[in-house]
Design a protein around this ligand. Structure first.
Ligand code: AVI
Length: 320
């Protein structure tokens, strides 16, 4: 029957027609094998990431909230009144509430996220809780060039990029994003959250939690491929591997083959040796100096930087 034919193991057209499929094929064809971490975030991956943010070992979310809460007055003073906030990768729009609560007369909020569903629900919640705020969600890939209508006279556009998502870019991608942001935010500025270099044990624990949520998040990349692309990855045949690469100041996440195995992707077959990995994510850690340098190279003028009590995380203000 036609239904049977669709379910046949070689019927995996999405491998060639979707960006995820093409990038997965490419990832297995090159050495080292690597794929962009953006593919973690389907509905299940976003749910797992929300759980990560609540884990005892995963300190960045709590630390950033502490910074935004402790320094709310100073931050609001730098940003000024009558601002339009553009959030890059807004997700559930929870952190911006700390900012909105501190600001004087925030005029407009433009959350930008790749996932439209997530955005619309979050926007409805914000409209309910901030009746005077003009909420204009935009479903878009914020790493691409953004075209936004100019804010009205007297309104200053301010970017918000929390969570140290900047650390998931390669240094080259980070600079390209920051240059694009500097243009979009001309006349205003950017509030950037970044995770800081710290004791390797603390970093290691944050990406190797005892409940295995980060492992499930990492493995979800293969589970997602099975769901969306019709691949047949055996999830039991891969281990979550996360470690701190000190010379490059980054956490690396990999999926390591537990044994020699053959992976079939559509018509193609790849052999993985025991221990061979697919590199799924980098999470760069920063020093305040490196952040300033990045800001300046992108065309921003760095302003104040705020920290949590332990100095594990920072929020840097920069003007454009
Ligand atoms: C979204 N991003 C900043 C997280 C991070 O820490 O790099 C993603 C993450 N990966 C594993 N745990 C959390």
């Amino acid at each position: 029957s036609p239904v049977r034919e669709q379910a046949a193991p070689t019927a995996t057209p999405a491998l060639e027609t979707s960006a995820f499929g093409r990038d997965l094929l490419r990832a297995f064809s090159v050495r080292p094998r690597e794929i962009s971490p953006k593919y973690f975030y389907d509905a299940e991956g976003s749910r797992l990431f929300d759980r990560i943010c609540d884990l005892p070992e995963y300190y960045p979310t709590r630390c950033e909230r502490e910074v935004l809460g402790r320094h709310a007055g100073d931050i609001a003073g730098e940003l000024g009144a009558d601002v339009e906030i553009v959030e890059f990768g807004a997700g559930s729009c929870e952190k911006v509430r700390l900012l909105l609560d501190a600001l004087q007369r925030p005029r407009r909020f433009r959350p930008i996220d790749i996932s439209a569903e997530h955005l619309d629900a979050a926007a409805a919640g914000l409209r309910r809780d901030y009746p005077g705020l003009d909420v204009q969600p935009m479903a878009a890939d914020y790493t691409r060039r953004l075209l936004l209508p100019a804010p009205e006279p007297g309104v200053r556009r301010v970017g918000f990029f929390p969570g140290s998502t900047i650390g998931n870019f390669t240094p080259r991608e980070a600079l390209a994003f920051m240059r694009m942001a500097a243009q979009v935010l001309r006349g205003g500025g950017l509030l950037l959250g970044a995770d800081l270099v710290k004791a390797p044990e603390v970093l290691h624990a944050a990406y190797n939690d005892s409940q295995g949520v980060t492992a499930a998040f990492n493995l979800n990349l293969l589970a997602r491929a099975n769901r969306e692309l019709g691949t047949r990855f055996d999830l039991e045949a891969f281990d979550h591997a996360a470690f701190y690469n000190a010379p490059l100041q980054r956490i690396e996440m990999h999926l390591a083959s537990r044994r020699e195995q053959e992976v079939t992707l559509g018509e193609r077959r790849f052999t993985l040796r025991e221990g061979e990995t697919l590199h799924t994510e980098n999470s760069h850690k920063f020093t305040p100096e490196r952040l300033r340098l990045l800001a300046m190279r992108a065309g921003f003028r760095p302003g104040p930087i705020w920290f949590d009590r332990r100095r594990w995380f920072c929020v840097q203000w920069m003007m454009s």
